[in-house]
Design a binder for this molecule. Structure first.
Ligand SMILES: [Zn+2]
Length: 363
């Protein structure tokens, strides 16, 4: 099993401390076992049900019971929706799938100390799984991050390093810690994190009786969930488990939508944009690490990038709450995009929305 850059073709054997290619782009894993329905562990629930489809792990996984989230099927203003309740994960966000797999591998490689830059869900998730695995965890955050957002990271015992200046300075600081010997457990770049996220797509297809939905709609920051879902769908298609690839849609907040212009212009790469304001903090990423790969996936599947206004995000959040579903604003962005997405969604089609983070996170 190797890492390979799909753009310049550089390869890197595992285990490695490298977390991206020399060209700056994220690696992908190669040499994974092909998708097989009979490789699924029937008695196991949750993410590790798909263990034989993940890279081979030496030893027991680090788990908090992640995966296995409900898929609620609903009628919604004439649309057939599937709501994937990822906010019911151990630390209340979809990130736990990626973190569980990444931390399991890092521990099996003898890593003792991990770092990441995140003031939100990824930081809380790494803090929890790091505690579970007995790792030293340091999370680098912008100094202006509100204490409320840091409370969940701190309660697991992770060390919070506040970095003055704009968000990219926290990334600079984390890279210095990496140079000094720490392992970068990057939620934005690491391909093992992406493999953990890919299990959500396996679950959706399995819970629909081995059928893909017609459309999948994701709140999108770095693009890890949409791209991982693309990889998973391609594998299931190659194995003959599903037919056509579902359309994948990336939803961004209008206040911070770096994918939108490159999408409309038909560009390949996604340049960084200036920091923007939005209530959807979880997807406010000015330079999406997987931006190029996401655009390719959307084009191949017939999907699109759409951007939604904050007022519509907050209205969608209230609508979800009125049906008993309490999610953070970033998660509600997927529902807020539905009026725009009606242009793509055909009559009778099933559209699955990932509800990515819990509302209690943003109370
Ligand atoms: Zn490269």
């Amino acid at each position: 099993m190797n890492l390979r850059c799909p753009v310049c073709g550089c390869t890197e054997p595992l285990p490695t401390k490298r977390w991206r290619c020399v060209c700056g782009r994220p690696f992908l894993l190669t040499g994974l076992p092909p998708f097989r329905r009979d490789a699924i562990r029937p008695v196991e629930r949750g993410l590790w049900r798909y263990r034989e489809l993940l890279p081979a792990l030496d030893g027991e996984p680090v788990t908090l019971g992640e995966g296995g989230t409900p898929l609620l099927l609903e009628e919604w203003e004439g649309l057939r929706l599937g709501l994937k309740l990822e906010f019911l994960s151990p630390t209340a966000s979809f990130k736990d799938r990626g973190t569980a797999v990444l931390v399991s591998f890092l521990r099996s490689w003898g890593v003792r100390e991990v770092v990441d830059d995140s003031s939100g869900n990824a930081g809380a998730s790494l803090a929890a799984y790091g505690a579970r695995a007995g790792l030293r965890v340091r999370i680098f955050v912008p100094a202006h991050t509100s204490p409320a957002k840091l409370a969940q990271i701190a309660v697991y015992g992770a060390e919070i390093v506040a970095v003055p200046g704009p968000r990219p300075m926290a990334t600079e600081a984390v890279l210095q810690a990496v140079d000094a010997g720490a392992t970068y457990a990057s939620h934005a770049y690491h391909p093992l994190f992406a493999e953990g996220l890919a299990t959500m797509a396996y679950e959706v297809v399995e819970s629909l009786g081995w059928r893909a939905p017609d459309n999948l709609i994701f709140p999108t920051g770095n693009g890890s969930l949409v791209f991982s879902t693309y990889l998973a769908m391609k594998r299931m298609q190659a194995a003959g488990v599903i037919g056509n690839l579902p359309r994948l849609f990336a939803v961004q907040a209008q206040g911070c939508a770096p994918l939108l212009a490159p999408w409309r212009q038909g560009a390949e790469d996604v340049p960084a944009i200036a920091a923007g304001e939005t209530v959807a903090e979880g997807i406010a990423v000015t330079r999406p690490s997987l931006g190029r790969y996401v655009l390719q996936a959307l084009r191949e599947t017939g999907g699109a990038v759409v951007a939604v206004e904050d007022a519509d995000i907050l209205a969608a959040r209230r609508t979800l709450a009125s049906r008993g579903l309490y999610v953070e604003p970033s998660a509600a962005a997927a529902l807020a995009a539905l009026p725009q997405l009606r242009a793509w969604i055909g009559p009778g089609e099933l559209s699955v929305l990932a509800l990515t983070g819990h509302g209690l996170k943003s109370t």
